[in-house]
Design a protein around this ligand. Structure first.
Ligand code: NDP
Length: 258
């Protein structure tokens, strides 16, 4: 094995990617497969998830499967995790990535909207991580988890107002650290990435002048591409990061430095 493979290979690993049907999850799943992993996708959109899983299997000659599952449904997550393990043999890694945004001033945000965002972005991350971690511990698998937080966990975005999202992502960063501490004795590493503005379906619907303003406010003067997050996720999941846990890797074109 060459040094490159030794550092970043995910060969003989299987990864569960939530929100993997499109956007960041899909781009990362492609590249994780390219460095050797088999892929399981959990997504609300079952049809798109199945299409993405097929596409990845063909392109990277690996095993893939997908499940239509809402990460806010604790029981369904448990059931699908069990089925996925039965189908794939084992799962070692998790990219806990599904998330949504509602852009509204806090005064106009209804409790239902607030709870929806917290449910997907925070509770969903916890539901999947908790049941996956339990599986790893019970089966003595030294796995790794990467949660998708956001720079919005640290800064307050503008001009769009999205307190529910920002709050949920700040919580994801601290959940990451808290679980990292609890599971360090089992050699299970838990880290998160905090992307800046990335051009995906999530951000494609917003007003064009806002997108221009986001690019202008980013020192690198552009939005990121989903595939620009893949190297960071592969690093955190690989043996290169064998002493890295509880960390937040910010990938934002410099947005948060000014
Ligand atoms: P997309 O909306 O492009 O993709 C998200 C995927 O997650 C979709 O396939 C969506 O399904 C799925 N999903 C949504 N809710 C659930 C649920 N309850 N259960 C299962 N799957 C679900 O988003 P991105 O790829 O842009 O975002 C991915 C992650 O990255 C999110 O956590 C987001 O907050 C975070 N992020 C994104 C940034 C950006 O600028 N794009 C910046 C920082 C962080 P469906 O299509 O059916 O809705």
């Amino acid at each position: 094995m060459g040094m490159l493979e030794e550092l970043f290979s995910l060969q003989n690993k299987t990864i569960l990617v939530t929100g993997g049907a499109r956007g960041i999850g899909k781009a990362v799943a492609h590249r994780v497969a390219a460095v050797g992993a088999d892929i399981v996708i959990f997504d609300l959109n079952g049809k798109a998830a199945a299409e993405t899983a097929d596409e990845i299997a063909k392109e990277h000659n690996c095993r893939t499967t997908s499940f239509e599952v809402d990460v806010t449904d604790y029981e369904a997550v448990g059931k699908c995790l069990k089925l996925a393990v039965e189908h794939m043999g084992k799962i070692d890694l998790l990219f806990n990535n599904a998330g949504i945004v509602i852009q509204k001033p806090v005064i106009e945000t209804t409790p239902e909207e607030w709870n929806k965002v917290i449910d997907v972005n925070l509770n969903g991350v916890y539901y999947v991580a908790q049941q996956f971690g339990k599986y790893l511990i019970e089966n003595n698998i030294k796995g790794a988890i990467v949660n998708t937080a956001s720079m919005s966990g640290t800064i307050v975005n503008y001009p769009q107002l999205q307190a529910s999202y920002n709050t949920s992502k700040a919580a994801v960063v601290h959940l990451t650290k808290s679980i990292a501490y609890e599971w360090a004795p089992y050699d299970i590493r838990v880290n998160c990435i905090s992307p800046g503005y990335i051009f995906t379906e999530l951000t494609s619907f917003v007003r064009e002048d806002w997108r221009d303003q986001w690019a202008e406010s980013t020192p690198m003067k552009r939005l990121g591409k989903p595939e620009e997050l893949a190297g960071a996720v592969i690093y955190l999941l690989s043996d290169s990061a064998s002493f890295v846990t509880g960390s937040e890797l910010v990938i934002d074109g410099g947005f948060t430095i000014i």
